[in-house]
Design a protein. Structure first.
Length: 483
């Protein structure tokens, strides 16, 4: 959709609500809003709108590029184009054109959710080559964080740009941006800007929301979790979720709401979106809910998910939760046979004979701050297929199933009444890739350990399995004496 004058006015009004003392400084821009010319058109004089991208890395540095025409070191930016859907999109496009950085490498900050960090009016010198006289730029500066730890590779637009550097806040060249950054809490570390609810009934069913099929909304016409984007007044991701539930589904009271996972999706603008997912219980009738957004609510069991238009990450998240929270009334079939949970584990050794283990997140529902194999629960798949999938999803390792061999099994029962678990351990004879933390809500670090010098804090049955492999045994039991 083309940019409108009302979008510009709304953006300026939102900015002035935050910075009321700047109204006098922006008087020229306010007058242009009521003027006859198109404020987005670079031919409109004496001034027109431009947009810039203030990109911040983990070290609280801002990306600057050297412009060949002016010789100035500035944040990437430029003129608005007719098909830019918003001022923020214009800033992202200019950033990509000048540096090659794609929107997916960036994310928004909770402090500035689509609103400018700064609006500045300055004089731009004449450019005879383009037939442009001296004129004014009304520059809207949007702030973004890098989504990954390391800065992306920069591919400069060589026709206009001669170099790129990362400058600390105190050395940012644009004075009004520098002042606002130094006065801010921006630290370059992504935070959730969206919150979702993984709502279940405790009996194996999950509540999904069918979205409207409108342009400009996230996942139009697909099933999704309830939730939405953070707003400036939200004090936390949980506050975002509770507000969204109250707005979308008033009367739907979720209990036992607690953080479950951190996910990443892509916004309509192509930005990376960190999402805090909460789990919670509700067992009501979806048709009785006064639904204010979307088409309908429905309960689904995990076996039906493949029949729905649903984001793969959401499908995997529900199945993961289902594997970890098997309903008590399905654990013991009527014939008396008890179902056992099957887990798969990767026994991976490097060329020095060291073993790969991961440190589980402190808030993990299981074994927080303890070292463990790369592992997962079998879904409706073979054990080896599960191992190959988990290795790629959790650590970015690519394993051929033909290179996998079984090395040990630990039959575990944790406590009286708990479901027994068969923990299968497989060795990969070869693989490609370097272990990376891809599920930071579950694992915060991968490290290679000498098998005979394991960390003190390690999952007990993992220690039993490693000792069994070293001893040449293929089977162990744990916990049955107390069960």
């Amino acid at each position: 959709m083309p940019l409108t004058r009302s979008h510009l006015r709304e953006t300026v009004d939102t900015y002035l609500d935050r910075h009321p003392r700047e109204r006098a400084a922006l008087a020229e821009l306010l007058a242009a809003l009521d003027g006859p010319g198109d404020p987005y058109d670079r031919a409109t004089l004496p001034g027109h709108v431009t947009c810039s991208a203030v990109v911040i890395d983990r070290d609280r540095r801002v990306l600057h590029i050297a412009h060949k025409v002016t010789g100035l070191l500035l944040a990437p930016g430029g003129h608005v184009e007719a098909d830019d859907g918003s001022l923020q999109v214009a800033a992202l496009r200019e950033l990509r054109e000048e540096t090659g950085i794609r929107p997916g490498a960036l994310c928004l900050t909770p402090q500035f959710l689509g609103t400018p960090l700064d609006i500045d009016i300055h004089t731009f010198d004449a450019n005879p080559a383009k037939g442009e006289p001296v004129h004014r730029h009304y520059d809207f500066r949007y702030v973004f964080y890098l989504a990954a730890d390391q800065p992306p590779v920069i591919e400069l637009q060589e026709e206009e740009v001669s170099g790129a550097v990362w400058q600390p806040f105190a050395e940012v060249t644009q004075p009004t941006v520098r002042a606002k950054l130094l006065d801010s809490s921006l630290d370059g570390r992504p935070e959730p800007v969206n919150a979702s609810a993984l709502i279940h009934d405790g009996r194996g069913r999950y509540l999904l929301h069918l979205r409207d099929h409108y342009d400009g909304i996230w996942e139009p016409g697909a099933f999704a979790l309830l939730g939405g984007g953070r707003e400036p007044g939200d004090a936390s991701p949980e506050a975002t979720l509770r507000r969204e539930l109250a707005e979308e589904t008033p009367g739907l009271e979720v209990v036992d709401l607690k953080p479950y996972a951190m996910e990443e999706e892509t916004s309509v603008e192509g930005l990376s979106v960190p999402i805090q997912v909460y789990s919670g219980r509700w067992n009501g009738d979806p048709d009785a809910v006064d639904l204010h957004e979307g088409v309908l609510l429905r309960w689904f069991t995990p076996d039906l998910l493949d029949r729905l238009r649903l984001a793969p990450s959401t499908r995997a998240l529900i199945r993961r939760h289902a594997a970890e929270h098997v309903p008590a009334d399905t654990a013991r079939p009527l014939n008396g046979t008890e179902l056992h949970v099957v887990g798969v584990h990767l026994h991976l050794e490097d060329d020095q004979g060291r073993l790969l283990l991961g440190l589980r997140h402190p808030d993990s529902a299981y074994a927080g701050s303890v070292w463990h194999f790369l592992a997962g629960h079998c879904e409706r798949e073979s054990a080896v297929s599960c191992l190959v999938r988990e290795a790629e999803e959790e650590a970015g390792l690519v394993i051929d199933s033909a290179d996998v061999e079984f090395v040990h099994a630990v039959h575990v029962v944790g406590s009286p009444g708990a479901r027994p678990r068969m923990q299968l351990v497989f060795r990969a004879r070869s693989w490609t890739g370097t272990p990376r933390v891809l599920e930071p809500d579950r694992c915060v670090e991968w490290r290679w350990w000498e098998p005979r010098e394991l960390p003190t804090e390690i999952v007990p049955y993992a220690r039993v399995a490693i000792e069994g492999v070293l001893a040449g045994r293929v089977y162990s039991e744990l916990g049955w004496g107390e069960a």
